[in-house]
Design a protein around this ligand. Sequence first.
Ligand code: ATP
Ligand code: F6P
Length: 446
Amino acid sequence: MIKQITRRARSSTTNYSMSNVEDTRIAVIMVGLPARGKSLIAQKVVRYLAWLSISAKAFNVGSYRRADTPQPTADFFDTSNRDGERLRHAAAEAAVADMIKWFDNENGVVAILDATNSTKARRRWVKQRCDANKIETLYVESKCDQEELIMANIMEVKTTSPDYKGQDPEAAAKDFRNRIRNYEKVYQTIDEDEKDLTYVKLIDVGGQVIINQIKDYLQSRVVYYLMNLHIKPRSIWLSRHGESNFNLEGKIGGDADISVRGEMYAKKLPELVENSVGPDQKLTIWTSTLKRTIQTARYLAASPKGYDKLEWKALDELDSGVCDGLTYQEIADRYPEDFRARDDDKYNYRYRGGESYRDVVIRLEPIIMELERSENIIIVTHQAVLRCIYAYYMNVPQEQSPWMEVPLHTLIKLTPRAYSTEEERFKGNIPAVSTFRTKGSTAKHQ
Ligand code: ATP
Ligand code: F6P
């Protein structure tokens, strides 16, 4: 019985979040000169979709090319180099063939073909292959001619690429610049002749966005996500609320006040935050609508730095339904089957009359979108919600995310970098109970 409930809950949630995506097959075809952020965009889209339980995979043609030509020099990319042309085409063929196999064999939903696809002929060829296999195509062009930004991109990610392993960074940067020049000779931006294609052009990192012929819901979600991305340096701080009176009693849910020690953490929070935000940097505080997060953020909100503050219902703790206000021991006693079912599949288990982690992720989607658009944000929220947000940034698999330990009275700073997110933790050094429960235990918080 319990299993059935869980299964039904899962499919209804999927339908609610992304209508019939199971029937959709979309190849997102990246377009653009080297060092325009195509791989970064591809990786982010995969991470975002995977977080939403949509099967997604990037196929990087550069990795296929490296199998035969691990360390090419710029002239390899000159179109008058016949060997280079042949090997490059073979790499694109291999990536497209694997992509099609992935759709067929693994029920893939969104594939990203991460290559320059910089000529009209190449784009037509990819479209024909996809059309023949009933795969929709969405072209995403990143166009940017800001020389300074391109040089910074080269220094940030290209000099450390496997293409230049063991080489002097200055020489690597110079060679990469020449590689771009070779591409520039033949590059054709998507234009009027390609009006029949579904595409989005991101010009100057989203400064201007041109959208053409978007066809369905999932395509529009991907495009909306892309429109919100930016590359300005910034961080996201995450903190749970200070210890609450419910935490002290081992009870879950509720809307309790913070404890005396929770209050000490609230007073400490401005110092913890200000030590890691630059002196002239802006910061916006987001809390849930529950008392314990608002109380925890109140000294920070009153800081002379004049931080803005926003309360979000979407940041409220996972709703534990009929179990709200109970201890884990009480849940195990009153609803033993539910207790076991939750341990068996914590991500998908939905409390009677409440939510699952999967439900929380879906309601957090607008929060993630807003976070992508924003600069420095501190989020004061709850254990389950923090796990879900953290899982998005750190790419934590669904089986693991609900079991992550996120202690009270600890500030987590996440800084998105080109291909990863950097994490730092700052302890408040104020004692608190641990609310972490391992699988199978009913341990009271201590
Ligand atoms: P290549 O064709 O060599 O694989 P690429 O286009 O995939 O290059 P990335 O490796 O993704 O380029 O480059 C990452 C760099 O691009 C990062 O430094 C990132 O800050 C920057 N970047 C991200 N998005 C954009 C964008 N829309 N325009 C320009 N640069 C961007
Ligand atoms: O115990 C604190 C708390 O925030 C509860 O209110 C919430 O139900 C629980 O953590 C979520 O953690 P878990 O999913 O591990 O039960």
